[in-house]
Design a protein around this ligand. Structure first.
Ligand code: AMP
Length: 120
């Protein structure tokens, strides 16, 4: 398992050292708009715990953290008004998944058709 880097940019956002465009916060997650949006709605949801990736989170987070995270993602999509029309969740994971920031996050993408699946 890859070790957690406490200096990654999302850890710094969680500590309040770097600002973000916050859309939601609760006991389990922080959600904010992506700085480089690829869709009309592009929100990042991150757990408050120190997890590198989906691999790490799914293996090591508590049931409460996993439930809190999953519920928050749905709640944020509904609040953004994109649930009925539809949206895509992406969790880029480790090197082959193209993960750039090593703190687990889910991208919520919507606000219109999000296009075809990403693999060749
Ligand atoms: P990933 O490739 O899945 O690790 O995605 C990382 C995402 O974080 C990219 O979509 C970036 O645009 C986004 N990002 C990087 N820095 C920031 C920041 N300071 N605030 C908001 N989004 C960011």
């Amino acid at each position: 398992m890859i070790a957690y880097d406490r200096d990654n940019i999302f850890a710094r956002i969680l500590r309040g050292e770097i600002p973000c465009d916050k859309v939601h916060e609760d006991d389990f997650v922080l959600a904010f708009n992506d700085i480089n949006p690829r869709c009309p709605v592009h929100v990042l949801v991150i757990p408050k715990g120190e997890y590198v990736s989906h691999d790490d989170f799914s293996a090591n987070a508590s049931d409460a953290e996993i439930a809190g995270f999953t519920r928050a993602v749905g709640r944020i999509a509904r609040a953004a008004g994109i649930a009925e029309g539809g949206y895509r969740l992406i969790a880029n994971t480790n090197a082959n998944g193209g993960q750039e920031v090593p703190h687990y996050h889910v991208h919520i993408l919507g606000g219109g058709p999000v296009g075809p699946m990403v693999c060749r």
